[in-house]
Design a protein around this ligand. Structure first.
Ligand code: UN1
Length: 509
């Protein structure tokens, strides 16, 4: 794969030249971030961070752009998003390859991520004609009541490395059709994916004579704090760890801003004795090792019925024996690298902590060495038998470590599934209708996502995405998640020739 050619086609040129390229993000001047590929450990490019002056310039442009954009009819805003989706279709191969190379996920998953962007654009275009409010009957004669949804202003989007482009697009496509403008702080681990997306949208905005402040990019960790504390940003959508999410949420709440939080998961699949075991193996293995266990929806725990526990465990161990680990751009490999060496260290520490607490590894882990693994980021997916209360099992480790837990009754399995601080995704594998319905009932899974005969990851964009408890409670993407990006206004109109008061109150002068 010729990464320089891909970057050039994406509008990112003259890498590492040491001189300004005319694109504000790519230079070795000022404070910079180096983007290394976890695929081969090599430097891809150096990106300039946004300093205070750049931040203020972006915010001024965003404020100005909002004054214009909020009055553009929503279906016209949808037309811009439609063109953005089309531009993404044209650049899908290159952008997917860049996602794969900079983040380390498989090429298929990189392309899948760009597909999610295209899909959310289509969804948002339709939505731009469906920002419906309700009408109500007034208790007063000759009065009309209804509600409208208005844009909020500048939306701050802080996204994570694991979905370097899709999660931004879920937020931004909805925010735009709702009439907001967006400032985006991507993960400092994947800045080039963000620069590439910014190029795509900038071209679309230019071609339509739209203000550039509709979509802005701000790079560097300091920007996150700035966004969280900036009163000019009424809504912050944050994707990342529960630890940082707690800080974001407190900072935004202190200034009475709104936040959408999509934080850690600790997702489990219950494998019933009535499950289709072959389907369950595929769901469990993809859930646990896909994206090298770095999705917030990754399967972390399998809660397996005691009658099939040994059989399922053996099948799983066998399946793990077939996994090919290596260059994610090679379609023969199943598992690519972790994002960086620090992530590999955290994986090693989690295994050690698990062992101290009593975890029994049935497939051992370890960091891989050798020519094909020179980045130091490739690790072996592993499996351990544990008890749910172990500290390490209660935490989210962003790596392919899968925990096995045994159960006797479905009530017990559901209790185990719910007995973690997080509440993002969950699943049951069963062909038994009663079990499936119990799992989905109010007394069942406490997660934002609950699936039957599907794994925990790979949600479609059409549903609302997010979770409960320490996952933060936010919802993004499909269904009516758009409402979080708008302010609701209740309007009462009096067309009578008198002024009757509500609740029958009399006030005669
Ligand atoms: C995330 O890991 O932050 O459901 C998002 C999935 C993907 C999105 C994951 N569609 O696995």
């Amino acid at each position: 794969m010729d990464i320089t050619a891909i970057l050039t086609r994406l509008g990112i040129q003259k890498l590492n030249s040491g001189t300004s390229t005319g694109q504000q993000w790519l230079t070795t001047e000022g404070k910079t971030i180096d983007s290394y590929s976890p695929v081969n450990g090599k430097l891809i490019a150096t990106v300039q961070t946004s300093d205070e002056a750049a931040y203020e310039t972006v915010m001024k442009k965003a404020e100005e752009a909002f004054l214009f954009w909020r009055s553009v009819p929503a279906p016209k805003r949808g037309e811009i998003v439609r063109q953005f989706g089309d531009a993404l279709r044209e650049q899908k191969e290159d952008l997917g390859a860049l996602v794969s190379f900079e983040m380390g996920k498989s090429l298929q998953e990189g392309l899948g991520e760009v597909q999610e962007m295209i899909d959310i654009c289509d969804f948002a275009v339709g939505l731009s004609r469906q920002l419906y409010g309700l009408t109500m009957h007034s208790e007063r004669p000759n009065h009309r009541m209804y509600e409208q949804w208005h844009p909020m202003g500048i939306v701050g989007i802080i996204s994570a490395f694991n979905f370097p482009v899709a999660v931004w697009s879920w937020n931004t496509a909805l925010a735009w059709v709702c009439g907001n403008v967006c400032v985006w702080k991507p993960s400092s681990k994947t800045p080039l994916c963000a620069v590439a997306c910014q190029h795509v949208i900038t071209k679309v905005l230019k071609a339509n004579d739209m203000p550039e402040g509709i979509s802005s990019l701000l790079i560097g960790n300091a920007v996150g704090d700035r966004i969280n504390n900036d009163k000019r940003i009424p809504l912050v959508s944050f994707t990342g760890s529960t630890r940082i999410g707690r800080i974001v949420s407190a900072a935004v709440a202190t200034r009475f801003g709104r936040s959408i939080l999509e934080l850690g998961g600790n997702n489990a699949i219950i494998i019933s004795k009535d499950a289709d075991l072959n389907m369950s193996i595929i769901g469990a293995v993809f859930g646990a090792v896909g994206t090298a266990g770095q999705r917030c929806t990754s399967t972390r725990r399998l809660i397996i019925h005691e009658d099939i526990y040994e059989e399922f465990k053996n099948k799983l161990v066998h399946a793990y024996g077939q996994l090919r680990i290596g260059d994610p751009l090679d379609q023969h490999n199943h598992v690519g690298p972790l994002i960086d060496k620090a992530a590999a260290d955290m994986y090693v520490q989690a295994i050690e902590k698990g062992k101290k607490e009593g975890a029994k590894f049935v497939v051992e882990g370890g960091v891989l060495n050798g020519e094909n693994y020179s980045s130091g980021c490739y690790v072996k997916p592993c499996i351990a038998e544990v008890e749910n209360h172990y500290e390490i099992v209660q935490e989210e480790t962003f790596a392919p470590i899968l925990y096995l837990i045994k159960y006797k009754t479905l009530d017990q399995a559901i209790a185990i599934q719910n007995d973690v601080p997080q509440g993002l995704s969950s699943a049951i594998m069963t062909l038994n209708l009663r079990e499936a319905e119990q799992f989905l009932s109010a007394a069942g899974s406490d997660c934002g996502i609950a699936n039957v005969n599907i794994g925990t990851s790979g949600a479609e964009i059409g549903g609302a995405f997010g979770g409960e408890k320490e996952t933060g409670g936010g919802r993004e993407s499909g269904s009516d998640a758009w409402k979080a990006y708008m302010r609701r206004q209740t309007n009462t109109i009096n067309y009578a020739d008198s002024l009757p008061l509500a609740q029958g109150i009399k006030f005669d002068l």
